[in-house]
Write a protein that binds this ligand. Structure first.
Ligand SMILES: NC(=O)C1=CN([C@@H]2O[C@H](COP(=O)(O)OP(=O)(O)OC[C@H]3O[C@@H](n4cnc5c(N)ncnc54)[C@H](OP(=O)(O)O)[C@@H]3O)[C@@H](O)[C@H]2O)C=CC1
Ligand SMILES: O=C(O)[C@@H]1CCC=N1
Length: 269
């Protein structure tokens, strides 16, 4: 069983740790979680994870090092761990948005294999959409990392130049769809439901819509055509949403997020 160190155990690092254990890919005792303030990791220590504020020790005891700090925190971490990374032993995975594999290697050494992975927080429940890219990892290591992330959701291998687009569509996308669900539930309250029932109804309806596409393999418009009766209430509501910029606002938001994702990191930050 390989030992994993997650350097920077915040929202996504902890979601990943939970997902890997839940999927039986790893035992908690084989995952070291680091952050500076380990008081916040007490419940994870209680659940059997190794918790530490010592990145160097975590790296030395690991085979797989997962970088999960914020882009602006990365340089400090790389400066701290670079002399403890052994290219013959360590595989480095970075989930950090906007940082290329080459930029990580510039600090850790050219011979280190780096795989860039973009999951989303649904990884905690095995439902992530994860994109993977690398410009120097072996086919074997890419296959192993693909298998690892397939235990906690779906995986697509992409070219590295599309990583910031993947960040916007899939990682940020979780927040976009959640906001859409909240808005639907607020509409539900206005038309007569209590907030808790409206939210339950909106959530299950959203899940049904996503599952229709996944299970039927159809295009959204083809499923929409089955709902919109002629002169009916669905097309009336849908067209009103479009007149108010529903699709346009999602597209513009995704474009802006992708732009921002590409500008989160500078070597000097
Ligand atoms: N959140 C998401 O949905 C996704 C995030 N990402 C990427 O993952 C990265 C992390 O994002 P997110 O989890 O949201 O951010 P968080 O701020 O929640 O997590 C970052 C963690 O890093 C820790 N940290 C900071 N400096 C150090 C250090 N020197 N050594 C060890 N730990 C450190 C922080 O804890 P402390 O202050 O105690 O040290 C914190 O817990 C980002 O680069 C983001 O782009 C990618 C996909 C999805
Ligand atoms: O908002 C962010 O910058 C991070 C990257 C993707 C999801 N959260």
């Amino acid at each position: 069983m390989k030992k994993i160190a997650i350097i920077g155990s915040g929202n996504i690092g902890l979601s990943l740790a939970k997902g890997l254990v839940k999927a039986d890919f790893a035992q908690a005792a084989n995952i070291t979680l680091t952050r500076r303030n380990i008081d916040h990791l007490k419940s994870f220590a209680d659940a059997g994870f190794v918790v530490s504020n010592q990145n160097k020790e975590a790296v030395v005891s690991a085979d797989v090092v997962i970088l999960a700090v914020l882009p602006q925190q990365l340089n400090t971490v790389l400066d701290e761990i670079h002399s403890f990374i052994d290219p013959a032993k360590h595989l480095v995975i970075s989930v950090i948005s906007g940082v290329s594999c080459a930029a990580v290697r510039e600090k850790l050494g050219e011979s280190v294999e780096v795989i860039r992975v973009m999951p989303n927080t649904a990884i905690a429940i095995g439902q992530s959409m994860t994109c993977i890219a690398s410009d120097n990892a072996s086919a074997e290591n890419i296959a192993d990392v693909t298998k690892m992330f397939e235990t906690v959701g779906s995986v697509v291998k992409i070219n590295e130049d599309l990583m910031t687009s993947a960040t916007a569509l899939c990682a940020c996308g979780i927040a976009f769809f959640l906001r859409a669900i909240r808005a639907a539930s607020q509409g539900g309250v206005e038309i007569g439901f209590h907030a808790d029932e409206a939210l339950k109804m909106a959530v299950q309806t959203a899940k049904g819509a996503a599952d229709l596409l996944l299970l039927h393999g159809t295009h959204p418009e083809s499923e929409i055509d089955k709902v919109t009766s002629p002169k009916g209430c669905t097309i009336a509501g849908l067209n009103e949403m479009e007149h108010n910029g529903f699709s346009s606002s999602l597209i513009k938001g995704i474009k802006l997020s992708a732009l921002k994702a590409g500008n989160l990191y500078t070597k000097e930050s």
